[in-house]
Design a protein around this ligand. Sequence first.
Ligand SMILES: NC(=O)c1ccc[n+]([C@@H]2O[C@H](COP(=O)([O-])OP(=O)(O)OC[C@H]3O[C@@H](n4cnc5c(N)ncnc54)[C@H](O)[C@@H]3O)[C@@H](O)[C@H]2O)c1
Length: 330
Amino acid sequence: MRVGLIGLGRIGAFHARTLAGLDAVDSLVVTDAVRAVTAAVAAEVGAEAVESPEKLLAACVDGVLIAAATDAHPALLRAAVDTGLPVFCEKPLAAGLDEARAVAAAVRGAPVQIGYPRRFDPAFRAVRGAVERGELGRVHTVRSTTLDPAPPPRAYLAGSGGLFRDCTVHDLDAVRWVTGREVVEVYATGSDRADPMFAELGDVDSAALLLTLDDGALGLISNSRYNARGHDVRLEVHGAADSVAAGLDDGLALQPVGPGALAPAGPPHTFFMDRLAAAFRAELAAFTELVAGTIASPCTVDDALETARLAEAAVVSLREHRPVRLEEIR
Ligand SMILES: NC(=O)c1ccc[n+]([C@@H]2O[C@H](COP(=O)([O-])OP(=O)(O)OC[C@H]3O[C@@H](n4cnc5c(N)ncnc54)[C@H](O)[C@@H]3O)[C@@H](O)[C@H]2O)c1
């Protein structure tokens, strides 16, 4: 099949390499707002370079991936869906909830997959399987962690929607997907004690969230843009009968200390590209199946919209320093 890819920054260039290595993909067409970037990525992966998203949508592609900056997602997603093509769009749907609602309403029902790669991580899938099979008994606590090694550039942060809408959404989606439950209350706090750009942008560099799920289980999320040891992505689910964890692998970016503590066998994961490489490959392979019409979307626009509501609840909670019930965000 012939796949089009719009946006070739950190994740877009990475997706270009992954797509180029998939058997199902015969040819690639790429574009970025910066022409030199388009030319460089096209040359690297042997893709056809075109000068705009409009040209890409007219280039006889079978499916379209959108990996452009967050603030470009709504317009690009609408334009791609309007062509009738299956579309993969990176998370989040939009930088804010109103825009996310509007674009979801416009594209609902079309074959659209939103990019939440933890749904394809082998360890996260194993945790979900254990929950589904009832092996943990009554689940009482879910802990989700995402710690980045260092903050992204200021220009990225400015268009990202802030920590909750940009990073915490991965944890929120994972909690919903792994437990199969909905979150009914969010209590969030955050801090910005490092680079002044966070305060200037109305953002935080670290955050903690307490969630209440609709069956009474509790969720805890921990995020930071500062984790010099590496990229730490973990999920633990604790039940009355057993407890399981994803992310305690050889690349765990956490140093156990004290008597008897065993250090992880390998070097810590440096970033999401190595921690989640298998997940991204499986995610894009799934998209080729969506394009081929053999599967339904494994992460729908409505999944992404619910996650956007949860992120919005976190924004309100932080601002007003109180727990926020989800019905407030309807
Ligand atoms: N799923 C994940 O784990 C994951 C990881 C990283 C980033 N992302 C998401 O991917 C998106 C891109 O992130 P990034 O880190 O690559 O950002 P980035 O700033 O490195 O790259 C964004 C690219 O988009 C291009 N661009 C912006 N508007 C465009 C438009 N209208 N048409 C074509 N190109 C356009 C820019 O020129 C730039 O090259 C963000 O929405 C981010 O949330 C997801």
